[in-house]
Design a protein around this ligand. Structure first.
Ligand code: XMP
Length: 317
């Protein structure tokens, strides 16, 4: 039986022993896993842990600013790197999902490497890899066609020559959350829905532009804030919005409009491997649809995704 307190004591002792006085660099994502990994390492080695939080321009609305602030409040030694334009520049004109993932993975490594080079004498790279990531990246390399190239596992260049430390690699998500709770991490941060590394790029079907990112950030914020204020956020495993690459006809006053369609997705799951769509109340869907269409310029239609995984996936790309 898993006991978070015992795990913390053991892993902190183990990290101290293993790392000694070496410096460690870690990329924070804003998610539960990298945050818990950082707090554990901070407990073990203090400011010898150098955290880097990169804005890839594809995070949720205001997420970079808010989360960076939160990390600093937690006492982490963290540097925020705003590389949004660099990522969006490299993504220009790319529509293929796997190419998007690979591009983001590559630019992330470049940005991260630039930052890591500014630090001297770093010996270790820490990652928030959890057990299901380990399993899935093994299966991706198997004989069946590539399912998805999770850029956060094992994708770092050799020239960095850093030793890898992954304090959560034996844990499942719920165990990571329990460890986080024991460590006193803000319950709101621990309860955050999973969010893919490539961020909103894989929820913008087709090519990515700044304007599309803006639209999707606005839509996503209305949806997620709505889930929170209706007390539904914690009942859902993961939720988000998808910007479709089609325009549909609408009316506004006497005018016909020709604007974007967005899909809302909310799923129940335990590990992301299988998922069921959530039966959100009609009243909620009605309210959120009205709010999105009224508040977000450029959107005139909202649809709800009622597909489960399998055979669909959680993300659309
Ligand atoms: P799918 O769409 O495969 O998603 O049903 C399962 C879970 O994985 C997340 N996901 C990703 N996470 N990099 C990530 O870090 C990715 O490229 C990626 N693709 C999907 C997805 O959000 C869901 O939680």
């Amino acid at each position: 039986n898993f006991t978070p307190n015992a795990f913390v004591d053991e892993i902190v002792a183990e990290l101290k022993e293993k790392i000694g006085n070496d410096k460690v660099v870690l990329g924070l994502s804003g998610g539960v896993d990298s945050t818990v990994a950082a707090v554990l390492l901070n407990k073990a080695i203090g400011d010898n842990l150098y955290c880097i939080f990169v804005n890839n321009g594809l995070l949720r609305k205001k997420e970079f600013e808010n989360v960076l602030h939160q990390y600093k409040d937690m006492g982490l030694n963290v540097k925020g790197v705003d590389a949004g334009d660099r990522f969006l520049g490299q993504l220009e004109g790319i529509s293929d999902p796997e190419t998007k993932r690979k591009t983001i993975g590559r630019v992330f490594i470049e940005v991260f490497d630039d930052e890591a080079h500014l630090l001297t004498d770093v010996k270790w790279l820490a990652q928030g890899t959890i057990y299901p990531d380990v399993i899935e990246s093994v299966s991706v390399k198997g004989p069946s066609a590539t399912i998805k190239s999770h850029h956060n596992v094992g994708g770092l260049p050799d020239f960095m020559k850093l030793k890898i430390v992954e304090p959560l690699r034996m844990l499942f998500k719920d165990e990571v959350r329990r460890v986080g709770k024991t460590l006193g991490i803000d319950p709101e941060l621990l309860g955050r829905h999973p969010f893919p590394g490539p961020g909103l790029s894989i929820r913008i079907l087709g090519d990515i532009t700044k304007e599309k990112v803006r639209i999707l950030q606005e839509v996503d914020a209305v949806f997620i804030d709505g889930l929170k204020s209706w007390g539904l956020y914690d009942k859902v495993w993961q939720a988000g919005a998808i910007l479709l690459p089609v325009d549909s006809v609408g009316v506004m006053g006497d005018e016909r409009t020709y604007e974007k369609v967005v899909a809302l997705r909310a799923v129940e799951s335990t590990d992301g491997m299988t998922a069921d769509w959530v039966h959100l109340p009609y009243e909620f869907l009605m309210k959120v649809s009205n709010d999105i269409i009224n508040k977000v310029k450029g959107v005139n239609r909202v649809v709800y995704d009622i597909s489960s995984k399998p055979p669909a996936t959680i993300e659309w790309e």
